[in-house]
Ligand binder design. Structure first.
Ligand code: SF4
Length: 358
C-alpha cells in the first residue's frame, strides 16, 4: 500500500482520482506526502520564504459573502479607510526593512475615487522604492481598473475563487449579479490579461465540502495555471449567516496542510502562502504550512487601532508591528529551522518568471 502511494507521489501528471488519493491519505502516507512536497519545494523554489508586509486598506465592502465578517450587512463592524499618511508609513516600513514586498488587501469597492487612491499609493511606493514588489487583493474590478493598477506598478493580484464549483459557490454567496461566479472567473482572466502574476485560492472546511470537491479545486487552480496560491481553513465569524457552520473534516489542520502539500506537488514552482488563518487553528500553523510546501508569509502592519476591525473570521491573531525590527521579527517568527527569510527581493514566483522568459 505504502509503495503504491510512493509511486503515486512520483507521477508528473495527476488526475482527480490521484489527487483524492493524496488528500485522503492515512498518517503514514501523510508523512510521505509532506516529505515529497518538501523535496519538490527545495528543487523548485528552494528553502527561502518571501515576506509581504500586509496592509488592510479598508473594511468597507459592497458585497455580502455569507462567511465574511466584514460583509456589507454586518452592521456591528466599525468601518475605516486608512488615510494616505498611514499607508505611507507602512510603505516605508516595508521598504526600510528590506522585506522586499508588500500586499494591499481591502474589501471590495468600485469607484473612481478608490481606483485613484490605489494608484496614488502605487505611485508613491514606486517613487520611494522602485524595487518594492506589490500585491493587490482588492476584489473584482473592471479590466480597465486592473490594467491601470498594473501600469501603476502593482505586480501581483490575488483574487480567491473560494469555491471552484459554480453551483456550490452560491451556497456561500448570494445568487445575484453582484456575486456572480462567472464574473469572478472573467475577473481572474482580466487579471492575467493585464499582466499580473495571478493568484487565487479556496477555503478548506466549508460545510458540504468533500475530498473530491477539494481535489476539483486543485485541478481548477492547476488548469487556470496560477502563479500564486493563497488558501486557508474556513473559520466561522460571529455575526454572519455562517457563524455556526461546522467543518466536514474532523482534522481541519491536517486537511489544510495536505492541500498545501498537494498544491506544491502539482504546481511545483508557484508561490504558496502560509496563511494567518493556519495560525488561528493551530499555534504552529504557519510553520507547519511552510514545512508542507508554503513559501510566503504576510506579517500584518496595519495600524493597531484598525487590526481588529478587519475581522474576516474569529480569533484573527494580532500583534504590534510598528518598527523595522518588529516587522522582521514577525516575518521570521513562523519560519522553522532549515528555512530562511529572503530579504531584498520582490519574491516573484519562478512559475511566472519561466512563463515570461520563454
Ligand atoms: S469576502 Fe471579500 S468581497 Fe466578500 S464580503 Fe468579505 S471582503 Fe467583501
Amino acid at each position: 500500500m505504502i509503495m503504491d502511494f510512493k509511486t503515486l507521489l512520483d507521477k508528473q501528471d495527476f488526475d482527480i482520482e490521484d489527487i483524492v488519493r493524496l488528500l485522503d491519505c492515512n498518517p503514514a502516507e501523510e508523512a510521505l506526502l509532506f516529505a515529497k512536497a518538501d523535496e519538490v519545494r527545495l528543487a523548485n523554489v528552494g528553502n527561502g520564504v518571501y515576506g509581504r508586509a500586509l496592509i488592510e486598506l479598508t473594511n468597507y465592502c459592497k458585497k455580502d459573502c455569507y462567511y465574511c465578517g466584514i460583509r456589507k450587512s454586518n452592521k456591528s463592524v466599525e468601518r475605516y479607510m486608512l488615510d494616505f499618511e498611514q499607508v505611507k508609513y507602512a510603505i516605508h516600513l516595508a521598504s526600510d526593512s528590506g522585506i522586499g514586498s508588500m500586499a494591499i488587501q481591502s474589501g471590495e469597492l468600485s469607484s473612481p475615487e478608490f481606483t485613484d487612491f490605489v494608484i496614488r499609493i502605487l505611485n508613491y511606493a514606486k517613487s520611494i522604492d522602485p524595487n518594492l514588489g506589490i500585491t493587490l487583493s482588492c476584489g473584482e474590478q473592471s479590466p480597465e481598473t486592473y490594467k491601470k493598477w498594473f501600469d501603476a506598478g502593482a505586480e501581483r493580484y490575488l483574487l480567491r475563487i473560494e469555491v471552484s464549483d459554480e453551483e456550490t459557490y452560491y451556497n456561500f454567496h448570494p445568487n445575484n449579479e453582484l456575486h456572480s461566479f462567472q464574473n469572478r472567473l472573467s475577473c481572474l482572466q482580466s487579471i492575467r490579461d493585464a499582466g499580473f502574476q495571478t493568484g487565487t485560492g479556496v477555503m478548506i472546511g466549508l460545510p458540504g465540502q468533500t475530498v473530491e470537491s477539494l481535489a476539483k479545486d486543485v485541478v481548477f487552480m492547476r488548469d487556470f495555471n496560477i502563479h500564486m496560491c493563497g488558501m486557508g481553513p474556513f473559520i466561522p465569524c460571529n455575526g454572519t449567516p455562517m457563524e455556526n457552520a461546522k467543518s466536514p473534516f474532523e482534522d481541519l489542520v491536517g486537511m489544510s496542510l495536505r492541500m498545501i502539500a498537494v498544491m506544491r506537488i502539482v504546481m511545483k514552482d508557484i508561490n504558496i502562502v502560509a496563511s494567518t488563518a493556519m495560525e488561528t487553528i493551530h499555534p504552529q500553523g504557519r510553520s507547519r504550512a511552510i514545512q508542507a510546501g508554503a513559501n510566503v508569509v504576510m506579517p500584518n502592519v496595519n495600524p493597531l487601532e484598525h487590526r481588529k476591525k478587519y475581522k474576516l473570521y474569529e480569533k484573527i491573531p494580532t500583534g504590534i508591528i510598528d518598527s523595522v525590527d518588529s516587522l522582521i521579527n514577525a516575518a521570521y517568527a513562523p519560519i522553522p529551522e532549515g528555512y530562511h527569510l529572503i530579504l531584498n527581493q520582490k519574491g516573484t514566483a519562478p512559475h511566472y518568471l519561466k512563463e515570461h522568459l520563454i
